[in-house]
Structures are given as structure tokens and as C-alpha cells.
Design a protein around this ligand. Structure first.
Ligand code: NDP
Length: 285
């Protein structure tokens, strides 16, 4: 029978542990973790993500600062704000909600965040550290997936992990984390040939495409572990992942649902990275 991986439970445990840790940091070490979130424009999905992050911060004792900027803000002004936040001792983490309006250079903006405050781990310095395995922060979604696999005692070493998607946010760092844990990794993308056949060889199949029902039952090996990163709306407007959950669950040994799988972990790891940033910065002062 399939095991449904419960991301809500795992993330709640992580948040509770962080809550205890934060209260200790405050009372014993006088460390008060805080996160600045910058949102540009009024994209409804981005607003929901930012509100969820703010709420999650407050629940566990992380102070959150929100900066809502108009969609026509100049790049110069946005860089100025980041510079200001880089210098503030009462801000440990800086997160710029993506995507940004097209007149803003996303790469230049991310590179402006001080790497020690880059709690999304998107800065090139942090990306490089992930490659070498000498990292402080891990990108939230891939790190959340590793935590799910570990909490469910799923073996990684020696397994064939197939990742569909090669974005800088999910696919590529995911591949690196699996490699650090001795998986044999295949990364697939829109130009991959024989995608179904490759997926069918996966012991662990991770879908990060952004298309509802992309992974069908015939693409999955019996007993595979299936991790669904996608966040989509189906024809009925209901939230769903990239995997045809109803059919694939009859073949997989473990599967993450959407919602309630990978999503809650992404926010929990963001909180964890903010706490790590606060501790690192306290050592540098
Ligand atoms: P991107 O759009 O940046 O990347 C999608 C990837 O899918 C690309 O590498 C693309 O290939 C690949 N792809 C597209 N079509 C095909 C195809 N027909 N066959 C094989 N590969 C294909 O998305 P993200 O990585 O940012 O996000 C992926 C999904 O995960 C989205 O639904 C997003 O909303 C969700 N997400 C969920 C998170 C969570 O917390 N649960 C966090 C982050 C993202 P190519 O590179 O060739 O174009």
C-alpha cells in the first residue's frame, strides 16, 4: 500500500522545534531572528505567498518586516532598499519575492543581497557553496524535500533519482543535494528525449514542471518514491501538482500530495534559514 508523505506534519514538527530554539536564542543569547520580505507590485499569488511567510514567521517568534513596493519602482531604488537592509543589524534575512516585473533585473537584485542574509540561497556565492557541499543555507524547496525523505527513512544512497525540471530554484539544486547523498541523478527538461522511459527507471521521481497531470501512471516504476513539487490549477480550478495523484498512488511506494506535501516544507525551511542567518550574524558581530 502507498504511503502518503504528510508535509504538514513534518513541517509542523520542524516549526515547533524552531519555536523552542528561537525562544532559547532570545532568552539565553539575546538573538532575535528577523526576516525582511520585499514584494514588488500586486501579483495576487505573490501576495498570498508573502502573507503565508509573514504569518509563519510570527507564529514561531521571528520578527517580519514587509516592504511593499509599487510595480514601477526603479531598479536603483530597489537596490538602495536592499543595501539599507544589508546594513541593518535588526534584519537577519532578506527575501525578494519572485517573479519581479520585467523591467527589473532579477539576477542583479539577488546578487545585491548580502550572501549571509540570503535566506533563499539564490545568491551565486550560496549556489557555489551548494555545489561544493560547504553550505550555510540550502534553497528552501529542495532542502524541504530532503527533510521529507529523511523523516520517512527513505534510502537515497545508490538509488536512481530522476528530476524533471532544471530551474535554478528547484531542479538544479535538488540534483546537487541528491548527489551529495550518493544518489545517481538524471535531470530531465523540455528537450529531453524518451522522457517516459527515463522516468520509468527512477527509484525516486521528482516532478518540478508546472503542468497539471504531467506525470502519468505509465511513467512510474512499481514501488517508486514520487515527489510532486508542482503547484497548478486543474480545469476545475482546484489546486494540484504535476502528478496524476489518483492513478500514480496505486503504483508508488511513497507519494507527496498537493496541497500538503512539499509546499509546507518550503516555508518551514525558510524559517530555519532565517534562524541560521541570525546565529551566523551574531558570531560575526
Ligand atoms: P520553471 O518554469 O522555472 O521550470 C520548469 C522546468 O520544467 C523547466 O526546466 C522546463 O524545461 C521543464 N519542462 C517544461 N515542460 C517540460 C516538458 N514537456 N518535458 C520535460 N520538462 C519540461 O519552474 P520552477 O522550477 O520554478 O517550478 C516548477 C513547479 O514547481 C511550478 O509549478 C512551481 O509553481 C512549483 N514550485 C513549488 C514550490 C513549492 O514550494 N511547492 C516552490 C517552487 C516552485 P526547460 O528548462 O527546458 O524549459
Amino acid at each position: 500500500m502507498v504511503n502518503i508523505i504528510n508535509g504538514k506534519d513534518v513541517s509542523n514538527n520542524l516549526r515547533n522545534n524552531l519555536k523552542d530554539k528561537i525562544s532559547q536564542l532570545k532568552s539565553i543569547n539575546n538573538i532575535h531572528p528577523s526576516l525582511a520580505v520585499i514584494i514588488v507590485g500586486d501579483d495576487p499569488a505573490s501576495k498570498i505567498y508573502v502573507n503565508n511567510k509573514k504569518k509563519a514567521c510570527e507564529e514561531i517568534g521571528i520578527k517580519s518586516h514587509e516592504f511593499v513596493l509599487p510595480s514601477d519602482i526603479s531598479e536603483y531604488k530597489l537596490l538602495q532598499l536592499i543595501e539599507e537592509l544589508n546594513c541593518r543589524d535588526d534584519v537577519n534575512g532578506i527575501l525578494v519575492q519572485l517573479p519581479l516585473p520585467s523591467h527589473l533585473n532579477e539576477k542583479a537584485i539577488i546578487e545585491h543581497i548580502n550572501p549571509i542574509k540570503d535566506v533563499d540561497a539564490f545568491h551565486e556565492i550560496n549556489v557555489g557553496k551548494i555545489m561544493t557541499g560547504n553550505f550555510e543555507f540550502l534553497p528552501c524547496t529542495p532542502a524541504g524535500i530532503m527533510q521529507l525523505l529523511d523523516d520517512y527513512n527513505i534510502d537515497i544512497a545508490g538509488k536512481h533519482c530522476v528530476i524533471i525540471g532544471r530551474s535554478n530554484i528547484v531542479g538544479k539544486p535538488m540534483a546537487m543535494l541528491m548527489l551529495h547523498r550518493d544518489a545517481t541523478v538524471t535531470i530531465c527538461h523540455s528537450k529531453t528525449q524518451n522522457l517516459s522511459e527515463i522516468c520509468k527507471t527512477a527509484d525516486i521521481l521528482i516532478a518540478a514542471v508546472g503542468q497539471a497531470n504531467f506525470v502519468t501512471a505509465d511513467m512510474v516504476k512499481n514501488g517508486a518514491v514520487v515527489i510532486d513539487v508542482g503547484i497548478n490549477r486543474n480545469e476545475a480550478g482546484k489546486l494540484c501538482g504535476d502528478v496524476d495523484f489518483e492513478r500514480v498512488k496505486d503504483i508508488a511506494s511513497y507519494i507527496t500530495p498537493v496541497p500538503g506535501g512539499v509546499g509546507p516544507m518550503t516555508i518551514a525551511i525558510l524559517m530555519k534559514n532565517t534562524v541560521t542567518a541570525a546565529i551566523l550574524q551574531s558570531k560575526n558581530n
